[in-house]
Write a protein that binds this ligand. Sequence first.
Ligand code: ATP
Ligand code: MG
Length: 660
Amino acid sequence: MARSYTLHSTATTPTGLDFSAELNHEQLAAVTSPGGPALVIAGAGSGKTRTLTFRVAWLLEQGIPAGSILLLTFTNKAAREMTGRVHDLLPGRADGLWSGTFHSIGNRILRRHAEAVGFRQGFSIMDREDAEELIATVVTRSGIVSTDKRFPKPGVLADIFSLAVNTGAPVSKILSRKYRYFIPLAEDIERMQIAYEARKKEANAMDFDDLLSKTLELLTLSPEIAEQLQFQHVLVDEYQDTNRLQSELVDRLAARHGNLMVVGDDAQSIYSWRGADCANILQFPATHPGTRVFKIETNYRSVPGVLDLANAAILPNTNQFPKNLAAIRAPHAVKPALVALPTNNLQAAFVAQRVLELVEEGMPLAEIAVLYRAHYHSMEIQMEFTRRGIPFAITSGLRFFEQAHVKDVAAFLKFAANPRDEMAFKRMIRLLPGIGNKSADALWERASEALQGENGFSRLAGFKVPPKAVKPWEQFVLTLTELAPSDAPPPRPDAMIQSALLGVYEDYMKEKFSNFEARREDLETLQTFARQFDTVEDFLSQLALLGGLDAPEQAASDQDRDKITLSSLHQAKGLEWKVVFLVWLTDGMFPSSRSIEDPAGLEEERRLFYVGITRCMDELYLTYPELRLGAGYGEAYQSPSRFLHELPDHLVEQWDVTGS
Ligand code: ATP
Ligand code: MG
């Protein structure tokens, strides 16, 4: 007879966490609330994110299994920090927690259930570039462009489709809201959207929006799967930036138990251009009857001088939910600084010199950030930092995983994992001599037929290719069979990278790039990064999610060194630093010239300004150049941002900077 044996849950052993010492009254009330819908709406730096992490710890302590708690947020960095904090609070007890960005959770769900929404296992994730390429193929095949020259470019189509998906509105509605001049083409554009959908299924490839919309579709189409995916508790940070799709997804995953806690600040809503809808948070109590509302009125992050400035900055917005936020911290020795510099180059020099002085005084670089409206505003500063040997990490612009050579190598792995991946196939073979777009198209036709979605890659041998490509083609096919052997389990991801490098890519790089060595080093970093993954699917998902729109992330080896952060304001939300430089505060740059004409756009820019100021704990510098110099765009006088004019003089200290 079998012995019966009971495994005791360790979950209810006391943790020694003293919740009431770590949290104020309102935070504690939210953390220990019984369940049901809950909304924490409060200003920046009031401990909303802290409340969520303690809530998770509390739930674990109550014996709720980690695997039935879902914790969502927007950026990878915020997700990583939040998950890290929970693990620190309860070492070993949070394993199995579902925690991450919306996209990463969608991916995790779809990996198990792709078939239920018309895809297959091992689907690829397309980044924006891939998606545009596929849309371009769809448009070319339809023959539309030759008849109508004003047809939107693939990038614009991608925006239109994306907005439609994220707001749950038909294309025609998006056109009448934002692209009126394309209304006459509505039917054709809708046809392209349908064709694009079909084409993605053929290629077994999802774009970023699919990771959300197909998850929602899955929950709708399959009640059984939806039932399995009911979380006992769902918690969402930065809820003010959810769009219709995201809020619906959250509601579905929380439907059975009804325990949905969302936190946010309407004054920090900065993603309406991507379909985010502030009404989600403002209407939450109405859409979720029985909601408990918690308000936190203390700011723990910033010194009073910074907080006063933040409150003054957001004041001109008419459309806001009134909040009282009082600073708890003692005043700081220096007031926020307002610094005009003669040129953008001197602005960079100023930032660099101040940074070096701060470091001299003992400030770690990791406690300092330079924030800006648009990535290109960081260029002179990047150059200046490089010149002066100040190490920096950038969370905007082209990221490590988006560089061409990284994507080239990844294409080999993608295709091995998903032989329907048209973009990956074409990307690889265009690396071979003598193969351009045309022959790539033709070869794909043949290859997709020969392979029929399976990976018997030796069937590609002997294809007719341009003369120059004959030998390389042989080598290419051989490499593919090495990546996906038909008689053995697939190699590990790092071994696959090695094969792609040795088989094809190294030769290509040597011939193509003068900075071959630097690229080779990047690819070694990629290989090291790949070592932590057992399967190629896991590795590729991670790669895609890190490279995405919401994805500030450096390769693993970069993480712990002391570096100053350069970040766009959008990527900075939820984060904090002791010292913050807000640069390029001129009209046209910030607020951006596009938003100036549009009152709603201007209010959103102002919220972004508020997000910037409220990232700062101690020392804030607001800087702008009076004259813009630069290659390509010539000299131009700048006027200080209207947001600066809106600030009362007594809240800032003007610095007169002179050269020596
Ligand atoms: P944001 O709106 O910018 O996302 P937030 O409301 O999420 O801000 P947190 O990041 O959670 O704020 O907290 C801001 C800072 O204040 C953090 O450093 C946090 O640890 C600290 N803090 C929050 N609440 C308390 C508290 N009760 N006691 C001590 N420190 C606190
Ligand atoms: Mg937060």
